[in-house]
Each structure stands twice: as structure tokens, then as C-alpha cells.
Design a protein around this ligand. Structure first.
Ligand code: NAD
Length: 339
């Protein structure tokens, strides 16, 4: 049983949001899901093609920053829970067009929250708001640090993407303290899995390796990221919706750290290609050295990651191999292919 009946997922044509929609519709037979997505360069209805004809699913092409559209959708579908994935999500793109990030991740989040608050007032019912944030709002750890980020760690964002996400988070928190809006926030580690837009490191490395092109490894190739399979992330969000405490935040991480060189080598191993198929490229400005989350709080709610890296990576690479028709049309939209 799900606590909620009519769930609005924003950014549901993107990578994680589309997996979350699939998770909800497969797991709960009673709920309805409304997907709102602006279909920016990385929003792709192919990601939700398998659920498009499900009578319990409805899609709207709309901007979370459009107050009137959000209010109408919330009212029309009697929405009792919103999960906000919609975002500009690529750190590389944020270096070139930072204001796009503030527009959606900060202002868009604020407009969506205000629509939720007004709908709650007009309909005299509570609407749960779960906001998807990122480990990156906490800044960076040094490579040798023994520390991990806690949910209570101070925000120290260093890039326009991280800063715009951090700003959005603060507005979400303000709606809890000021208006008693029932919010929760989750901070997740780096996701991988199928349907990830080919601007992020794992699809870029995989597709370059298919073509026998060198994998572009940042100069600071020892920088580490914590990795989680997207379906483990989706199960964690679901658990927070069911058992999370209103007003609280939850870290979602696995503890599995990989350097950029490790990722390149693991993909080359899966594809049986030489480890020499790599080239060093300059660091991105503001390239953080490391993020690592302390996820004991969500583990106390009963969550554990289930997908092991070797299996998850192998399946992901295989999916890209089998789904050229999905990724090939996207390459011209991805900045990563000029690197
Ligand atoms: P994505 O870029 O694949 O998807 C984002 C989706 O949001 C796209 O479908 C896009 O069309 C849509 N969108 C963008 N602007 C919009 C707007 N103004 N209104 C409505 N829709 C809009 O990103 P993702 O990797 O699936 O990330 C989803 C969320 O998870 C983001 O909030 C991101 O910050 C967060 N997150 C991602 C990761 C990761 O590793 N990918 C890790 C932690 C947190």
C-alpha cells in the first residue's frame, strides 16, 4: 500500500524520474502518476514509452516555473504528493549557462512550492512535497579525508549547479518552517543505470569505447565519486515517502567510491578493450575532488542498496549496446561529444 494516491513526478522524462515512475506504477496497483516535464534537451519521452499507454499515467509538457500550469495540474488530478526531480543537472553545462540552472533549480522549485501551498490552502488538504537534492550541495571532501557528509553538514556548494540546487533546498526547508508544508529532502550520490543522457561520465565512456575513441579523463583523474544504481535510489525515495519524518532530510549513498580512472578501466574491462584507450583532458572549473555520504539515517529506516557495481555496470553497458536507436539521436544534443 502506498500512502498516496495521486503522485506528481516532475522531470519524469529524465533519467532518474523515468525510473521512479516505472518503479511506482509497477509496485503499486492503485496509484496514479502525473508526469510534468519541460522536455529540455535531456528530457526524452522514449524513457517513459513503456508506461505511456497505462491508464494510471498522464504526461504534461510544462515548466515547473509556470505557476498557473502547476496549480491547474495539482487541482485537476487531486495530487496528494509531489516528487520534484525536474532540474538542469549537468555540471559541465552549468559552466557555460549558469543562469539556466538558477531559473529551474532555484526559481522553478520556488514556483512549484508556491503552487503546492496555494493548492493545499484552496483545497484544504495537505500535499506532501519530496525534493530530490544532491550530495554536491555540501561542497567537496579532500581525497584523504576520513569524514563523510551528514544530513546536517553545512552547505558549501562550489559550482553553479550545486549552488542552484542548494538554494532550491533552502527554499523547500523554508516552506516547512514558515508554512508547515510537509516536506522531505533526499541527498543522493552519483547515479548510474539505463537511460542516462550521454553527457554523464558512464554513458560517455561507454559510447566512446564502443567507437574505439579514447575516453576523456579529467586531469584530476584521482577525484572520487560515490556510485549508486538508479533503481536503488528509486527504492530509497519510495521508502522516504512511506516512512520518512516530515521536515527531515535523508542521505542516499552506498559507500562505493570510484575514481574517474577506475570508471574508465572498469568499462574498458567489461568491453574487453585496452586500458590505454584513454586521453587526459583539462579539469572542469570548480571540479570537486570528492563527495561521500553517511547514509546511516536511511539505513535505519530499512533501506540497503541491492545492486552490486559489477552487475549494475555490466547490465548498463549491455543496455547501451542493445539500444543504439535510443542514444544515437541524442549525441548531437550532448556537449560531451566535442571533448
Ligand atoms: P536529467 O537531466 O536526466 O532529467 C531532468 C529532467 O528535468 C529532464 O527530463 C528535463 O526535461 C526536466 N526539466 C528540466 N527543466 C525543467 C523545468 N523547468 N520544468 C519541468 N521539467 C524540467 O537529470 P537526472 O540525472 O534524472 O536528475 C534528476 C534529479 O536528481 C535532479 O534534480 C538532480 O539534481 C538529482 N540528482 C541527480 C544525480 C545523478 O547522478 N544523476 C545525483 C543526485 C541528485
Amino acid at each position: 500500500m502506498n500512502k498516496y494516491k495521486n503522485i506528481l513526478v516532475t522531470g519524469g522524462a529524465g533519467f532518474i524520474g523515468s525510473h521512479f515512475i516505472r518503479h511506482l506504477l509497477n509496485k503499486y496497483s492503485q496509484i496514479k502518476v502525473v508526469n510534468v516535464d519541460l522536455l529540455t534537451y535531456c528530457g526524452n519521452l522514449e524513457n517513459v514509452k513503456d508506461v505511456a499507454k497505462n491508464p494510471r499515467y498522464k504526461f504534461y509538457k510544462a515548466d515547473i516555473g509556470d505557476h498557473g500550469a502547476m496549480l491547474n495540474i495539482l487541482k485537476k488530478h487531486n495530487v496528494d504528493c509531489v516528487v520534484n526531480f525536474a532540474a538542469e543537472s549537468d555540471n559541465n553545462k552549468a559552466v557555460h549557462s549558469p543562469t539556466d540552472f538558477v531559473k529551474t533549480n532555484t526559481f522553478g522549485t520556488a514556483v512549484l512550492l508556491e503552487a503546492v501551498r496555494q493548492c493545499s490552502l484552496q483545497a484544504s488538504r495537505q500535499i506532501r512535497f519530496h525534493h530530490i537534492s544532491t550530495c554536491e550541495v555540501f561542497g567537496q571532501l579532500s581525497l584523504k579525508s576520513k569524514s563523510k557528509f551528514l544530513e546536517t553538514s553545512p552547505y558549501k556548494p562550489r559550482t553553479p549547479y550545486n549552488a542552484s540546487k542548494a538554494s532550491g533546498d533552502l527554499i523547500v526547508k523554508s516552506y516547512f518552517h514558515t508554512f508547515s508544508l510537509p516536506i522531505t529532502i533526499s541527498y543522493c550520490a552519483n547515479n548510474y543505470g539505463t537511460h542516462q543522457f550521454p553527457e554523464k561520465v558512464i554513458p560517455v565512456f561507454t559510447l566512446k569505447a564502443f567507437k574505439n575513441e579514447p575516453l576523456p579523463v579529467f586531469k584530476s583523474s584521482g577525484n572520487k565519486r560515490e556510485w549508486i544504481h538508479v533503481t536503488d535510489h528509486c527504492r530509497a525515495i519510495d521508502l522516504i515517502l512511506q516512512k520518512g519524518i516530515i521536515g527531515e532530510s535523508y542521505n542516499i549513498g552506498t559507500g562505493l567510491e570510484k575514481t574517474i580512472t577506475n570508471i574508465a578501466d572498469d568499462i574498458l574491462t567489461v568491453l574487453k578493450k585496452p586500458k590505454t584507450l584513454k586521453k587526459v583532458i583539462p579539469d572542469r572549473p570548480g571540479h570537486d575532488s570528492r563527495y561521500l555520504l553517511d547514509s546511516s539515517k536511511i539505513r535505519k529506516l530499512g533501506w540497503r542498496p541491492e545492486i552490486k557495481w559489477p552487475t549494475g555496470l555490466q547490465e548498463t553497458v549491455q543496455w547501451y549496446k542493445n539500444n543504439k536507436s535510443w542514444w544515437e539521436p541524442l549525441l548531437s544534443k550532448s556537449n560531451a561529444w566535442s571533448r
